[in-house]
Design a protein around this ligand. Structure first.
Ligand SMILES: NC(=O)c1ccc[n+]([C@@H]2O[C@H](COP(=O)([O-])OP(=O)(O)OC[C@H]3O[C@@H](n4cnc5c(N)ncnc54)[C@H](O)[C@@H]3O)[C@@H](O)[C@H]2O)c1
Length: 249
């Protein structure tokens, strides 16, 4: 039970990587907050996790583009659980749009969710973690933020490069408070997001992976649990690749 008595907020956890990370944290004793823009799905996920494990699970409707929603998320977590130990900045959106077709609206939306969401959630959780001089933050970046992206869109790739930068910056400013901040840079993962690629694009992505397959959500969740565990207590500012060898740096 590595996470007994820990309270974890996972953004965008109604499905996909966020849901699997929340499920595995709950299985190891954490109380989890399922927050998502899709409240019906978040509520269902919370019910499913709570009935599988003997732990407390709440669901909150949060649009990580909105700072008002983020502050309500932190306040309601404090009301329900009394403290916050873990934040997983996972909520993200991707449009595989060609450069010439990206509109101003789509650009702002992707940057607002993927980069603004990470920044403002980290900003909002910091005082609660600093006060107790403990906490762990994980950001879900992407290999696209390292290699410049190909299929995933310029806005998406730039947002994830920004997440890598924010990870290092928050790691530096929060280290004096014993708070670690790390990121995971997944390659393609078999979730609803990857369904946005055409069958040909998925095949091409698999060919780019020496390990010859898309990741599953458990591959990413296990890396997150390692970075959130005591085994990683001296690791901060790290960008952990989980990409089947697609990109090695
Ligand atoms: N699937 C991949 O191939 C892949 C690869 C690299 C990185 N990632 C990253 O992993 C993270 C999770 O992706 P996934 O594959 O599980 O995707 P997904 O689409 O299955 O899940 C994303 C979740 O985020 C929620 N969400 C979307 N906008 C939101 C908002 N404004 N506020 C709150 N919640 C919001 C969605 O409702 C959904 O539940 C994302 O940050 C994504 O960029 C995914």
């Amino acid at each position: 039970m590595r996470f007994k008595d820990k309270v974890a907020i996972i953004t965008g956890s109604a499905r996909g990587i966020g849901k699997e990370t929340a499920r595995r944290l709950a299985a190891e004793g954490a109380s989890v907050v399922i927050c998502d823009i899709n409240f019906d799905m978040a509520r269902e996920t919370a019910k499913e996790i709570e009935s599988s494990f003997k732990t407390k699970v709440s669901s909150v409707q949060t649009d990580v583009k909105k700072t008002g929603d983020i502050h309500e998320l932190m306040e309601s977590t404090m009301r329900d659980f009394g403290h916050i130990d873990i934040l997983v900045n996972n909520a993200g959106i991707m449009y595989p749009t060609k450069i010439e077709d990206v509109s101003e609206e789509e650009w702002n939306e992707v940057l607002g969710v993927n980069l603004g969401g990470v920044f403002f959630c980290s900003q909002a959780v910091s005082p609660f973690m600093k006060e107790r001089r403990q906490g762990k933050i994980i950001n879900i970046a992407s290999v696209a933020g390292k290699i410049g992206g190909v299929a995933a869109g310029a806005h998406y790739s730039v947002s994830k490069a920004g997440v890598i930068c924010l990870t290092k910056m928050f790691a530096k400013v929060l280290a004096p408070f014993c708070i670690t901040v790390n990121a995971i840079a997944p390659g393609p993962v078999d979730t609803a997001m990857a369904q946005l690629f055409s069958p040909q694009q998925r095949e091409d992505l698999i060919k780019m992976c020496p390990l010859g397959r898309l990741a599953d959500t458990g591959d990413i969740a296990e890396a997150a649990l390692f970075l959130l565990s005591d085994a990683a207590k001296h690791i901060t500012g790290e960008i952990l690749d989980v990409n089947g060898g697609m990109f090695m740096d």
